[in-house]
Design a protein around this ligand. Sequence first.
Ligand SMILES: *Cc1c(COP(=O)(O)O)cnc(C)c1O
Length: 395
Amino acid sequence: MDASSFHPPERTLMGPGPSDVHPRIREAMARPTIGHLDPVFVGMMEEVKDLLRYAFRTENQLTFPVSAPGSAGMEMCFVNLVEPGDKVIVCKNGVFGTRMQENVERIGATPIPVEDDWGAPVDTAKAARALEEHPEAKILAFVHAETSTGAASDAAELCRLAREHKCLTIVDTVTSLGGIPVEVDEWGADAVYSGTQKCLSCVPGLSPVSFGPRAVETVKNRDAPVQSWFLDLNLVLGYWSGEGGKQRTYHHTAPINPLYGLHEALVILHEEGLEAAWARHRQMHEALKAGIEAMGLGFFVTPEARLPQLNAVTIPAGVDEAAVRARLLEQYNLEIGAGLGPMAGKIWRIGLMGHSANPTNVLNCLGALEAVLADMGAEITTGRAVSAAMAQLGQ
Ligand SMILES: *Cc1c(COP(=O)(O)O)cnc(C)c1O
């Protein structure tokens, strides 16, 4: 075997995640690995939990990063709160709602799907009807920011409806956290999970979660033990809580250096301020939109439901969309995303997440996309996109 060190190219990541990792986070992750029960490391973990409470806007004690990607955060919420035989209303308007349903089925519980078109937000009236028709439902689960389509749903209203019907909520905030307002306490959300590689601009592989008092009660009062050993909150807590001077116990070895990275990502978010980060995502979206529209391209999602951090752009007729992405990657070191499932071949997904949401990226992306499309003979308006974006940015 002939093996040598791997040196990835420097890319600009403007897909559905991972986003560009901030250089400060890369540097933080290169620091010395220490023991995961080392008091210095434990001190950092406490700060990570405080910073996550800041990001989620919650006082929930039980707020910490799961040592695995966003999908594990999803699974942690479902396996701890749902028991065999339970009924769970699952709102489905894209890939991730469908995965929620699979989680419910694998637990041996019954999903009650509430379906909306891909690209549309969850219809709160339909969710309300499902809650009325199924008073026995224990949980309402939905995705706040559907990364597969770029649609945002009304989390405040969905959580309000669920509370009105004495239903718990599981909310996917993987793509929303740090990009648009996530208000865990104001919403009264019971269990939320997120990811690190979207608007937090950290490396993938960790999943911040937060559980409110009703969710904790539910987990404590379970009949059956949680079927997953690794994701059983009762066990994980022995390691992550250690509150009131309780001794932390070994559960698994925490991913030490990635946690340095998450700590740095959250410090960066705190320095900028949540509101400022939300405003920046919005501004960069407005600039990208000005350029996309100046080129004569459109958006898949209606303006009210559009996520600033995930732009679903319609593909001009007759264009080989995969060839466009390949050329962007080869010639411009720029990654944008393809459509998933039924959206394949219909949209590109241009991410403006976290550190990736900056003016340079917006202008580079528009310039590169225009150059490639024009060269491929696509019917677009040329020479206007970059200046339209610059005007929007006030440059
Ligand atoms: C990315 C994503 C996930 C899954 O996160 P992974 O880190 O890829 O496991 C779940 N939900 C949504 C909405 C996502 O965008």
